[in-house]
Design a protein around this ligand. Structure first.
Ligand SMILES: Cc1cc2nc3c(=O)[nH]c(=O)nc-3n(C[C@H](O)[C@H](O)[C@H](O)COP(=O)(O)OP(=O)(O)OC[C@H]3O[C@@H](n4cnc5c(N)ncnc54)[C@H](O)[C@@H]3O)c2cc1C
Length: 803
């Protein structure tokens, strides 16, 4: 083994091998892969090798497409067969809801160029004669599904990487990692040490243990997974290879394996493997079979595919593989550690391994993953992911692998975990709670405790009239919303203003003022969206999306201020309440001595105030489009503040409202939000944030690229559409059609209760953004007329919030 390398990749499973290949392909030749045993010695060797393009996150789906297309390339380069069988695949729907879900998945696939097709049960039975038609309502056909040989794929990546200059050492275990002061790493192994500029943790089943070597607890857990192979079946003899098939109701997948069928299950009673520590002596071992655990799925399988019942079981495989709490990979550089990267938690290595390698190599070499990979970014998780939290969420995710997640369905595992001091107060007001980063927050308020629960649906549901009433209260008088679920950063010290001016695109506000600002990368794309509040000359409070806290901190680490400036994440130290509506000023004025008139405290003002006995920051901002105030207090004061507002609010019929009403109102105002309208694939002018980019400043990150975008206008445009729908609204990711062609995608949708029609926000090519007709948006398989609006649907001039 060499003693110096640019990159040390730990782990020779399908993911590590793909990372190694992609680094060499992108031109980094001085790279080394270190493998504890033989290549594939973790979960890779016993995988079923299935692959497919469909994923709930369209950006991850794109990388899955890339992975499947890559196999030809590495076969040709390496001369190693990947054993690719493209059979096509069927996803079977046993219920009406599942068929709706498939229609939505098909629609999402449209703008990714995926060739998915909804077919009848008869057509499904023609394609997959083993099924018993009476159990199904329809299916989706995907021509690009199939399976590969896990050994072949891993070795094809590895050989291709070696041909590109990479070195691979086997039977060498990394036992420790020590950071040097320059950010490089001493990689300690049982066969000597190597000094590496970068380390990539692709240690699969042991990624958690490798993380612990550098003091982090990665949110991953291995689950036992079983599949069985039947004896040879006469039904398959002399026939073309059977398609891949997913039967959601049975929670199982099927494919042909030689003369029999391979049948795997994601059973409800999934079992974690090595929940606290993965043994280092686990080799190419299998776990003991437990057919009883998967018996309920097998029963369904024998009913739905009767021929399986007579085929007998030739072999059972039970092996572990790892999952993150949401089932998507963990990829990217880790906040707080220099030059330490992860590519782990990859539960579908043969669909995702190529995409993970591509994104990681680009990110490491060019400083940018080259695609929107938020869905796989390790930074989407923060400090709330303890070992026990991960355990609960991964088990839930495994058990729901083939379950429908309705848009209004909140998952229940690991809850309630985090709550603010007014949680019981909100509960008493019949709040229906959602989980956001482990924190309980109110979604809507029901008229009684008994009715405080969601009826899951793709259509408008039981919350609809109550959200309407919440929006009406905000429009006509005043509403109260908890806003603790935002990320907050305190930036302080001499030079704080200069640093913010450099990192943010908008001008730094004067003391006592607020500026809304995008944060851009060098390519002029959005990497953040903040409310920047200036408390004192060198003291700021930044408010942004809480889920992106680690993502933002990682960015700040890459663009650090000088040592005099401190950046402190303080999300749960400050919690907040917002009041919005025409009576919000009168209400608050009763509680504060400061003058809240527009003359004294205009829109976008920010000031420390005493609200009764409570000391806090008051900002005059509005995400609802109405006159509004946000009040931030330290956690210990929140309950007193809540009681004060509720009591003073009685005479104004103050009504609590939740996140869903807020969403409806911000869509009516065409206000975007981070992870939906604002993502690193859009520029500020495309996203309608151009007015928040201050070119009067001579220097800020992304200035040159943003200037270019401002001249050309960018390739895309965010539009607001008025929709004609009956009982379902857009949710996000639906295709936007124009003149019979798919031209864009929806980022958010909601019913606008104040304007009394359905709305959607979405991106279309700039070239057609000026068209006034010809648009349609596809919702649950049906195309609806969509009228582009030239301005926000509600109070476009913004006079209500500035009044
Ligand atoms: C029964 C079963 C069926 C499956 N079916 C499918 C399927 O049909 N389709 C699909 O896409 N996926 C499937 N999977 C999942 C798939 O196996 C994983 O997605 C994939 O193997 C993950 O690869 P990896 O490289 O991340 O991890 P691993 O395969 O676990 O590789 C990690 C490697 O790192 C090495 N290593 C760890 N620590 C160290 C260290 N300290 N020093 C040196 N080396 C180290 C290990 O020896 C190992 O070789 C299945 C899994 C199982 C168990």
């Amino acid at each position: 083994m060499k003693s110096e390398t640019r990159v040390a990749v730990i782990g020779g499973g399908v993911v590590g091998a793909s990372v190694l290949y992609h680094l060499t392909k992108a031109g980094w030749k001085d790279v080394l892969l270190i493998e504890r045993a033989e290549l594939t010695s973790g979960s890779t060797w016993h995988a079923a090798g299935g692959m497919h393009t469909v994923n709930g996150d369209p950006n991850v789906a794109k990388l899955q497409q890339y992975t499947i297309e890559l196999y030809k390339e590495i076969e040709q380069l390496s001369g190693q067969s990947c054993g690719v069988h493209i059979t096509g695949g069927l996803m079977l729907a046993g219920t009406r809801e599942r068929l709706d879900w498939l229609k939505m998945a098909k629609a999402r696939g449209r703008y990714l160029g995926m060739d998915l097709e909804i077919i009848t049960v008869d057509e499904a039975a023609r394609l997959f004669p083993l099924l018993d038609k009476k159990h199904f309502k329809g299916a989706m056909y995907d021509p690009i599904e199939g399976h590969v040989d896990p050994y072949g794929v891993t070795h094809a990546y590895a050989k291709s990487a070696q041909l590109g200059g990479a070195e691979i050492v086997r039977h060498t275990r990394v036992t420790d990692l020590k950071a040097r002061s320059d950010g490089s790493w001493d990689v300690i192994t049982d066969h000597g040490n190597v000094h590496a500029e970068y380390v990539v943790n692709a240690a699969g089943l042991w990624a958690r243990e490798v993380g612990r070597m550098v003091g982090i607890e990665l949110p991953i857990l291995a689950m036992e997974h079983q599949y069985l192979i039947t004896g040879d079946m006469p039904e398959l003899k002399g026939k073309k290879e059977q398609l891949h098939c997913i039967d959601f109701e049975g929670e199982l997948y099927l494919r042909q394996e030689r003369g029999g069928m391979l049948l795997g299950t994601y059973e409800k009673a999934g079992v974690p493997w090595s929940p606290t520590e993965t043994p280092w002596d686990f080799g190419q071992d299998l776990l003991a079979n437990d057919l009883e655990r998967i018996a309920p799925s097998l029963e369904v399988a024998f009913e739905h595919f009767p021929a399986l019942g007579d085929a007998g079981i030739k072999k059972v495989v039970n092996g572990p593989f790892t999952f993150a709490p949401d089932g998507n990979p963990l990829v990217g550089p880790v906040k707080g550690l220099k030059n330490f990267w992860v590519a782990c938690g990859v539960m579908a290595g043969f669909s995702q391994g190529g995409g993970v390698g591509l994104a990681l190599s680009r990110w490491m070499i060019d400083g940018d993953p080259g695609a929107d990979i938020w869905g796989m970014d390790v930074a989407r998780y923060g400090d709330w992911t303890t070992l026990a939290y991960t355990n609960a969420k991964v088990r839930e995710n495994y058990s729901r692998r083939f379950s429908i997640r309705f848009p209004n369905e909140e998952l229940q595992a690991a809850r309630p975990l985090r709550a603010t001091p007014i949680y019981e107060r909100l509960q008493a007001a019949n709040a229906v709670f959602g989980d956001y980063c482990g924190l309980e927050h109110s979604l809507w308020f029901a008229p009684s405790a008994q009715s405080a629960k969601d009826e899951f649906s793709f259509h408008r549901s039981n919350d609809f009239p109550h959200i309407a009433a919440e929006c009406a209260a905000v429009k006509n008088s005043v509403g109260l919303l908890e806003i603790s679920n935002y990320g907050k950063f305190e930036v302080k010290g001499p030079g704080a203003a200069d640093w913010l001016s450099q990192v943010m695109a908008n001008r730094v506000p004067a003391v006592g003022r607020i500026a809304l600002t995008p944060m851009l990368n060098d390519r002029g794309k959005l990497v953040g969206d903040f409310t920047m509040c200036r408390v004192a000359p060198e003291h700021f409070l930044l408010i942004g999306t809480y889920a992106a806290e680690s993502y933002y901190l990682r960015w700040f680490e890459r663009h650090p201020p000088d040592h005099r400036v401190s950046i402190r994440p303080c999300a749960m130290e400050y919690v907040g309440l917002s009041i919005a509506g025409p009576n919000s000023r009168a209400l608050l004025q009763e509680l504060v001595r400061d003058d809240l008139s527009t003359a004294a405290f205009p829109f976008l003002s920010f000031k420390r105030m005493e609200i009764g006995m409570v000391r806090g920051f008051v900002g005059r901002v509005s995400f609802t489009g109405e006159l509004g105030f946000e009040i931030w207090v330290t956690t210990d004061y929140q309950r007193a503040l809540y009681d004060l507002l509720v009591s003073a609010g009685r005479k104004y019929d103050l009504r609590p409202f939740g996140g869903r009403a807020l969403n409806c109102m911000r869509v009516e105002k065409s206000f975007g939000t981070w992870t939906r309208e604002y993502r690193p694939i859009y520029g500020p002018f495309e996203a309608g944030l151009g007015r928040f980019v201050d070119f009067k400043k001579e220097k800020f990150i992304g200035r040159a690229a943003a200037m270019e975008e401002s001249r050309g206008g960018g390739a895309l445009r965010l539009l607001t559409f008025k929709l004609q729908t009956m009982d379902a609204d857009a949710l996000g990711d639906e295709p936007i059609w124009h003149d019979g062609k798919v031209v864009g995608w929806v980022t958010s949708g909601a019913f606008g209760h104040r304007v009394n029609h359905s709305l959607a926000l979405g991106y279309v090519p700039a070239a057609i953004a000026g068209a006034t007709s010809g648009f349609e948006i596809e919702i649950i398989g049906e195309r609806h007329h969509a009228q582009p609006l030239s301005e926000a649907a509600y109070d476009a001039k913004g006079s209500r919030m500035r009044t």
